[in-house]
Design a binder for this molecule. Structure first.
Ligand SMILES: Nc1ncnc2c1ncn2[C@@H]1O[C@H](COP(=O)(O)OP(=O)(O)OP(=O)(O)O)[C@@H](O)[C@H]1O
Ligand SMILES: [Mg+2]
Length: 291
C-alpha cells in the first residue's frame, strides 16, 4: 500500500459542485488516469449514475483496452443506482469504501445538484475538488458578490454545504477535509473577467477556507478522447498518435499542477508503474481490472 491511503482505506477525493457542467466528471476522469498511469490502485465511484458520464468514460476505456489489446491501467469502478433510498445509498457507499481497503485513492464523482447521498460522500472526503468555470455565474454557488463594489458579500449554499460536510467529518472520526477549488475552462480572451474571478476567488479562499489550485484551460484534448475512454496522459504513454502537440504538453502540465495542488505529488516522483509497483508486482494485476 502506498503512503496515500490512511489506516487501510483509500484517500477519498470527491469532485463536487452543485452547479452543473463545471467539469467534475471530466477532471475526475483525468485525475484518475494520471494516478493510474503512475501505478496507483485507483477506484472510481459514480454517484451521478442517472447521467452516468463517469461510468460511460470508464466503460469506454475498458472497451478500448479490449478492442485494441492495449495494456492501459483501469480503475475498479463502482456505481450507485439513482433509485436507492438515501439510507440505502449511504450504506452502500460505506460498504464500497470498506471493500476498497488496499486501494490508494477513491475518486468520487457527484451530480451537479444537492442530494443526501452527495452530501454524505462529501462528508467522507479527504479532499473535495470543486471545479468552477471562469464565470461570475459559476461563482454564485460559492459566494454572493456585491454587484456594485464587486466584493464578496457572503458565502452561498454550496460553500455552506462543504462547511457542514467538514463539521460532519470532524464529528464522525475527527478527520479534516482539504477543500480545493480549481478554475476550469480558462480562456485566452476576456482578461478582465479572468482577473475579477481570480481576485474574488482569492478573497473567498481566505474567508471560507479553501485552497485555490492553478487553473485548467479550455482545450479540445480534454473532451475529444471520451469515446475511447482515454486522456491526454494515455497518449504520452501509448505513444501511438504521433508526437504530442504543444497544447497536449500544456494539458499534461496542468494536470501535473493539479496533482501537486492536491498534495499527491509523491505519485509523480515515483515514476512508472514498474518503478512504483515493481517490488511487490501488484501493478500488473490492475491492467484490465475495471469492475
Ligand atoms: N477544460 C476543458 N476543456 C474543454 N472542454 C471541457 C473542459 N472541462 C469540461 N469540458 C466540457 O464541458 C462539458 C461539461 O463537463 P463535465 O460533464 O465534466 O461537467 P460536470 O460538472 O461533470 O457536469 P454535470 O454537473 O452535468 O455532471 C463537457 O462537454 C466537457 O467535455
Ligand atoms: Mg458530471
Amino acid at each position: 500500500m502506498s503512503n496515500l491511503s490512511t489506516a487501510g482505506r483509500p484517500r477519498v477525493i470527491v469532485f463536487g459542485n452543485e452547479k452543473g457542467g463545471t467539469g467534475k466528471s471530466t477532471l475526475a476522469m483525468h485525475l484518475a488516469v494520471v494516478l493510474l498511469n503512475r501505478g496507483l490502485m485507483v477506484a472510481t465511484v459514480d454517484l451521478d449514475s442517472r447521467q452516468g458520464t463517469f461510468t460511460r468514460y470508464t466503460a469506454n476505456r475498458t472497451a478500448y483496452a479490449a478492442r485494441r489489446g492495449a495494456a492501459i491501467p483501469l480503475s475498479s469502478h463502482h456505481i450507485l443506482p439513482p433509485s436507492l433510498a438515501p439510507a440505502e445509498g449511504e450504506a452502500e457507499f460505506t460498504q464500497i469504501l470498506d471493500e476498497l481497503a488496499g486501494y490508494d485513492v477513491a475518486i468520487v464523482d457527484t451530480p451537479g445538484h444537492d442530494s443526501e447521498l452527495s452530501h454524505f460522500a462529501h462528508s467522507h472526503a479527504d479532499i473535495i475538488v470543486t471545479p468552477v468555470n471562469d464565470s461570475l455565474i459559476d461563482l454564485d454557488v460559492l459566494a454572493l458578490v456585491d454587484p456594485v463594489k464587486r466584493v464578496i458579500q457572503r458565502p452561498s449554499h454550496y460553500a455552506e454545504r462543504v462547511w457542514k460536510a467538514k463539521q460532519d467529518r470532524a464529528r464522525r472520526d475527527g478527520g479534516s477535509i482539504d477543500w480545493v477549488v480549481v478554475r476550469n475552462r480558462l480562456g485566452q480572451l476576456d482578461a478582465r473577467n479572468k482577473r475579477l474571478v481570480g481576485r474574488l476567488l482569492n478573497d473567498l479562499a481566505k474567508r471560507i477556507g479553501f485552497r485555490a489550485a492553478e487553473g485548467i484551460a479550455e482545450r479540445v484534448i480534454y473532451r475529444e478522447l471520451f469515446l475511447d475512454g482515454l486522456t491526454v496522459e494515455d497518449l504520452a504513454v501509448l505513444g501511438e498518435r504521433g508526437s504530442l502537440a504543444m497544447s497536449h504538453v500544456a494539458a499534461r502540465q496542468e494536470l501535473r499542477s493539479l496533482v501537486m495542488a492536491l498534495g499527491l505529488q509523491s505519485t509523480l516522483e515515483t515514476g512508472s508503474v514498474s518503478l512504483r509497483r515493481g517490488a511487490d508486482g501488484a501493478a500488473g494485476a490492475r491492467h484490465g481490472a475495471c469492475a
